[in-house]
Write a protein that binds this ligand. Structure first.
Ligand code: FES
Length: 181
């Protein structure tokens, strides 16, 4: 009986020593999750997780992680907006793509010799949507015109180019990457 007890003691001591050796003597602790409202220990300490910075703050007598003020959260999504076969060389289409923060955003797509050119559909003068008219993208509100391949303003009153989106093509589809900010 005594020898069985000694054997168990010896085995558990050996296992503990082995665990101590492979962890270098550190406690086996999991990294605590950081999210808004989760408890923290050191007031004023900052941690960044997935691009979001949290600050340890005192809230109602408890230290908790809070999103750092003034930090805008940028969301990026890539969405399939058209089948490749739906956009012939030199042609333009306007699609509504889901926006990262909800709702939709208009995207004007043109297939060029170099690939897909994608722009925000809103005119940079006062935001009216542009449409393909002949060789240009035209805003019928005040007559601005834009190059469908580069987005550059070619006729005023708009002077700035249309906002550009990243576009790619794979698996028979056309994808656009949209950023919230
Ligand atoms: S809103 Fe487009 S030209 Fe004025």
């Amino acid at each position: 009986m005594a020898s069985e007890s000694s054997r168990r003691t010896f085995i558990s001591a050996t296992v503990a020593s082995f665990a101590w050796l492979i962890t270098g003597g550190r406690a086996l602790a999991t990294t605590p999750e950081i999210s808004a409202g989760a408890p923290c220990k050191v007031k004023g300490k900052e941690r960044t997780v997935d691009g979001v910075t949290f600050v340890c703050r005192n809230a109602k007598g408890k230290l908790v992680w809070r999103r750092k003020p003034g930090e805008a959260t940028t969301k990026v999504i890539t969405v399939r907006v058209l089948e490749s076969a739906e956009l012939e060389l030199g042609k333009t289409k306007v699609v509504n793509a889901p926006a990262p923060n909800g709702g939709t955003t208009g995207v004007v797509l043109t297939r060029t010799g170099a690939g897909i050119a994608a722009f925000r559909v809103n005119c940079t003068h006062a935001g009216f949507p542009v449409a393909r008219v002949g060789a240009v993208l035209e805003c019928e509100l005040h007559g601005s015109q834009f190059n469908p391949e580069t987005g550059a303003a070619v006729t005023g009153p708009a002077t700035r180019a249309l906002g550009r989106y990243e576009a790619s093509e794979s698996n028979g589809g056309i994808y656009v990457t949209i950023t919230s900010a």
